[in-house]
Design a protein around this ligand. Sequence first.
Ligand code: HEM
Length: 408
Amino acid sequence: MYQAIILGFILIITLYVLKRIREPKLNMPPLVRYKIPIIGHTYSYLYNTEEFLKQCRKEYGDIFCLYIWGQVRIIVGKEHSQEVLSRDDVFDFSEAFERIFPGDVMLKTLERFTNASKVLKEYVLNKMKFYNERMQNSLYSATKKQIGECDEPKVIYNIYKLMTKIISTPIANIFVGEEVSQYEEIITTFAEFTSDSAIFLMIPPILDFIYPGLQNYINRIIIRLGLYNPAVKHQDILIKHLKKQICKRLQDKEKYALNNMKKLDSFIRESLRLTGFITGLQHAILKDYTFSNGLQVPENYLIDLYFDDIYGDESLQGPNPKSFEPFRHLDANVPASKVTRNYLAFGGGKHACPGRQLAINEIKFFMHNAILKYNFRTESGKIEEKRTEPGYCRGSRTPQQKLFSLFT
Ligand code: HEM
């Protein structure tokens, strides 16, 4: 027993020393001081994100390093965020995502789905006008089914579950066709796959304290050994229903002049701007890089964009940058799907989200139906206080912002 403990201890120390040896000798951004070894800034980053980062920004400038989950992470503010988004030869979002989400082992046949954007553009986005009417009808009937007529006031206890079912209906309709999406188990698959898989994003990477990436390694082993793979049951259901139907031709006809819903568009853009994430859009660094201010970041590190720095800046956002102002974007005439340097909901540069038009259209259709048909309010009738939610890289979010973040 003692031998095992001593061996384990030696292993941890060896890994820790090896990790320190591998640390590069570049002109790195300043590392924020910390008191507790190994834990570093993890606690402050998780539980006091907003204040902590504000303080770091003030003391250390636009780019600084934090020690989180056993590794140095680089935080980039408003002055250099665009550099990260525009240099896809250096900074890679998918690579960073793969390091925390074992999608390739979950869906073995998919390997690395490198041409997702091209497939999406060719088969969905270029044919949006064929889908709009279907999307509208499908959302209308799903809303009716899930919320009902509401002749009497009705309390919705689990808005997340309900919304997931509603928004999954038109997505299933578009991706697998009218007929297949009629099956309840298909809708459930579309609704539940994301939340089932999200478990891998929710588990705090505690093992990374021992060695960076160890948590992901163990997660992948769990899937490979068949102990837990959330994709399997959904895959079986899809294959069962899709065999004959997947290549159906789609109707055309446009029903709503989506582009004319300018106020709704501004409201959605404002909601996506203020989802409450303080940092995000993590990118992996593919090779050593020197920022325009001379600071250098090494290959293999992770970089996070400091959203709060961008969204809290008056010169970028206009007056009262942190307050939710639904018509903030009306005069600027920038639609919710438009990527600009002061709005990062869909990323930026070459890899900006190719599904953004589809996503915004779906939100618009849903909001249009819901606002016309229902009178929403909180159970108490009051607007709830902003709550602080500890999480990976989350800050606090208001309830209406949470509703919109369901679509993200
Ligand atoms: C409100 C909903 C959505 C939000 C907020 C969102 C956000 C994002 C963000 C931030 C990125 C990373 C961009 C970057 O690296 O700069 C991204 C990438 C991507 N998104 Fe979305 N997305 C949404 C909906 C969708 C939908 C509905 C689809 C597909 C139908 C989609 C498909 C993709 C793909 C394929 C990429 C990878 C692009 C690449 O690497 O070149 N997204 N999305």
